[in-house]
Design a protein around this ligand. Sequence first.
Ligand SMILES: [Zn+2]
Length: 122
Amino acid sequence: MGAKIVSLEMPFQKYTGNLFCPACGEVVYDSEGMPGSCGHVLFTYHDDFGFESEEDTLTKTIEEVLEKAKSCDEHPVKLLSEKITSKSALIFEITHGGMACGPVWDTFYVGIDFYPSVKQGE
Ligand SMILES: [Zn+2]
């Protein structure tokens, strides 16, 4: 049950910051951390910015997940993944690093549905 989370760690200082949609090739998350809107993106998540989603059907679920995450140790994206019933959906967990004043690592999440026209349920 739920959508699989695929965890990737990019080689240090190699990642350009752009994640492309595996379904259509649009940029779904860019180096500024801005989510794209090609229609396949279910949500994006970053620890600093929280969830962003244009999927109305997920709005309520995301609120519930954030509420639940306060009272347990699970990561909110993990909790949300369990609520996604679409079999054509997956979640990327991308960790990448570069130099600032020292090495800095960052992680973001993008949920993709290859066939978003099939509605999400609970
Ligand atoms: Zn797309």
